[in-house]
Design a protein around this ligand. Structure first.
Ligand code: NAD
Length: 250
């Protein structure tokens, strides 16, 4: 068991923003639990992320769990605690899209996105809370989206999940502040990842045109905000939504 370093769990860390956050927290000195949705994702992509993390001299390992499952999250958090000795930072990053206009959106499209993007945040937060309460310290960082602040056509399900994350963030921050646990959210604009690679060019062009910095974010730029929120410099920040969108939403 390793107890010298602090430990971070990052959900959906096999790719995109999650992978960048895992690597950044490893660079910052955290042992990292890299959550992957399946054994396939762990072996195909998560293992390489863990390898990169270990180059910073910390421990890193993949933990397979579907974060929409309450039981799977509870089991994974117990495994991480047993393996690394503590859970100091939780990053709820896993997410999916199943876009479609409201008039045609199926119940399955709505329910699945809510389960993976929003219920997962409850599942993981619920599992980690007793550990952090006992430690009397902890950092929870939830990856929301500007879609949760302002809405987005074709994303009723996704926007609802991301707005819901902000509700959990603020309520949990109020409940857990007295135990020295901070809970914050990051609301990215458009970030270049597998999630956005599939969007049609005309959608990308219109978002680019509305972004003040006239470029898309790199996953590492979201990881920078997560690193800050996990750091001592952010000790007095809680219940906040930090928008990292290159000026898209102003
Ligand atoms: P991505 O598809 O690369 O990453 C999402 C990760 O979540 C994947 O590794 C996927 O395997 C994992 N995942 C999906 N379902 C899961 C499940 N049930 N259990 C465990 N893991 C699961 O996309 P990304 O852009 O890196 O997205 C990361 C987060 O950032 C998401 O929550 C997304 O909504 C949010 N976000 C992304 C953007 C963007 O422009 N890319 C903007 C705002 C917010």
């Amino acid at each position: 068991m390793f107890t010298l370093s602090k430990t971070a769990i990052v959900t959906g860390a096999a790719s995109g923003i999650g992978a960048a956050i895992a690597k950044r927290l490893a660079k910052d000195g955290y042992n990292v639990a890299i959550n992957c949705s399946s054994e396939k994702s762990a072996s195909e992509r998560g293992a390489a992320v863990a390898e990169k993390c270990r180059e910073y001299g910390v421990e890193a390992e993949c933990f397979v769990a579907d974060v929409s499952s309450f039981e799977a999250c509870d089991k994974m958090v117990k495994e991480v605690k047993a393996r690394f000795g503590s859970v100091d930072v939780l990053v709820n990053n896993a997410g999916i899209t199943k876009d479609g206009l409201l008039a045609r959106m199926s119940e399955e499209q709505f329910d699945t996105v809510i389960a993976v993007n929003l219920k997962s945040v409850f599942n993981m937060t619920r599992a980690v809370t007793p550990i952090m309460m006992k430690q009397r310290s902890g950092r929870m960082i939830n990856i929301s989206s500007v879609a949760g602040l302002y809405g987005n056509a074709g994303q009723v399900n996704y926007s609802a999940s991301k707005a819901g994350i902000m509700g959990i963030t603020m309520s949990a921050a109020k409940e857990l502040g007295a135990r020295n646990i901070t809970v914050n959210a990051i609301a990215p604009g458009f970030v270049q990842t597998p999630m956005t690679d599939v969007l049609p060019d005309n959608v990308k062009e219109s978002i680019l045109g509305a972004t003040a910095l006239k470029r898309f974010a790199k996953p590492e730029e979201i990881a920078g905000a997560a690193s800050f929120l996990a750091s001592d410099d952010a000790a007095f920040i809680t219940g906040q939504v930090i928008v990292v969108d290159g000026g898209l939403s102003m």
